[in-house]
Design a protein around this ligand. Structure first.
Ligand SMILES: CC(=O)[C@@H](O)[C@H](O)COP(=O)(O)O
Ligand SMILES: NCC(=O)COP(=O)(O)O
Length: 237
């Protein structure tokens, strides 16, 4: 079974666009879980343009499912994650000015850094995942970092799938098979949607978790968030 973790960054973006507290991020997180989501993902960025660091703390007692915090492990981020102790931390090599995540880690070049950070999280019983491109060398590199899981960066798949290129899933299948062989768990995310999720799940073995935000919130504008969550759960069965 593949768990659905809903990324609520976009709810914070909407709230921040007006100041104030509408929509109420904590209420949305509560409701999203009530509607069946099996996790909540946030990705605070250094400029706090959507999720604020304070949100990450405020969500801790609200998230009764899996709490996944994503981000670049700069010291402020590491301190926050250690203080909150979420279920999982996903390390993403974001540039400060990136509009959204746009690359996975070079797990070979940054192996020492990643190893050190991952050890610190694991000492605190926080599951670790690292965001990687669908490149077998990066999956092998991830093993050397000690990470529990990889999160496969799915933008390339999503883009190609939209154009009808279903073969774009192949690198993901191969990386998943390698991760299984190495004993690493498999997550995936970025631009996954109601259109592409079923095909992705069917072609990527032992997919443990997907984190979905942008498309899910856009789809909810038309279909309603409770309905959309159930549509994902159905596709992920
Ligand atoms: C790692 C990943 O793919 C997502 O966390 C994505 O980066 C969402 O972040 P934004 O909401 O800032 O685009
Ligand atoms: N880790 C991926 C994520 O949390 C959501 O990404 P997106 O669906 O907003 O592209």
């Amino acid at each position: 079974m593949t768990k659905l973790s809903v990324n609520i960054n976009k709810i914070a973006t909407l709230r921040n666009s007006r100041g104030g507290n509408t929509p109420d991020l904590l209420k949305v997180a509560t409701d999203v879980q009530r509607f069946g989501a099996e996790g909540i993902t946030i990705h605070p960025r250094p400029d706090e343009r959507h999720i604020r660091y304070q949100d990450a703390y405020d969500l801790k007692p609200i998230v009764t499912t899996e709490y996944n915090i994503e981000g670049n492990p700069i010291p402020k981020f590491v301190d926050m994650v250690l203080a909150i102790q979420p279920t999982q931390v996903t390390l993403v090599p974001d540039a400060v000015d990136a509009v959204t995540s746009n690359a996975g880690w070079d797990t070979i070049k940054h192996v020492s850094f990643l190893k050190e950070v991952i050890q610190e999280f694991k000492r605190n019983d926080i599951r670790t995942s690292i965001f990687v491109d669908p490149d077998i060398a990066m999956v092998e590199g991830a093993k050397a970092t000690g990470a529990d899981r990889i999160e496969l960066y799915t933008e390339m798949f999503a883009e190609e799938f939209k154009k009808g290129n279903k073969e774009a899933v192949e690198p993901y299948t191969i990386c998943a098979e390698k991760a299984i062989e190495l004993g690493i768990g498999i997550n995936a995310g970025h631009d996954l949607s109601l259109d592409n999720i079923k095909f992705f799940k069917e072609n990527v073995p032992q997919l443990l978790e997907v984190s979905i935000g942008h498309a899910l919130i856009c789809e909810a504008l038309y279909l309603g968030i409770e309905n959309v969550i159930n549509m994902y759960l159905h596709r992920l069965k």
